[in-house]
Write a protein that binds this ligand. Structure first.
Ligand code: AMP
Length: 124
């Protein structure tokens, strides 16, 4: 639950109440394409629990779950890109966090055959 008592948008995606292109899922983690991509590959990776609002809370409260999230990011990047990636955790509204259910942005070039074929992320 968020501070408003409503399920977060990511909880609703995990529950299949809101459509998303899900690219990976484990018992505790779900990964799906960002609806407003900022890179050729832009995937949101989030714990299914909405207990932690940001990465600092997650690291303190369940470091093993943070490790799982990083492992999913690595596996997804190896599948959809070349295994190299940025993992961004916006932490706080002033730096652009809009969903207060901890999540990572996996940003990567897209290298699979037949796709955009861009070699760089194209942003800084
Ligand atoms: P942040 O701004 O770091 O909190 O990231 C939230 C991200 O969630 C943004 O990049 C949004 O584009 C993304 N997002 C919001 N709603 C959806 C949705 N329904 N499906 C996929 N991604 C979403």
């Amino acid at each position: 639950m968020s501070s408003t008592g409503e399920p977060s948008i990511f909880t609703r995606i995990a529950a299949r109440e809101i459509p998303a292109t899900i690219v990976a899922e484990t018992d505790r983690i779900i990964a799906f394409n960002d609806i407003a991509p900022q890179a050729p590959v832009h995937i949101v990776i989030t714990p299914k629990t909405s207990q932690y609002s940001n990465v600092v809370e997650l690291a303190a409260g369940d470091p093993g779950l943070l490790v799982e999230l990083v492992e999913v990011a690595n596996a997804v990047a190896a599948t959809v890109s070349n295994g190299q990636f940025r993992l961004v955790f916006n932490t706080g509204a002033a730096v652009g966090q809009t969903v207060f259910h901890v999540h990572a942005h996996l940003l990567a070039p897209q290298t699979a055959a037949g796709t955009l074929g861009e070699g760089t992320l194209g942003f800084r």
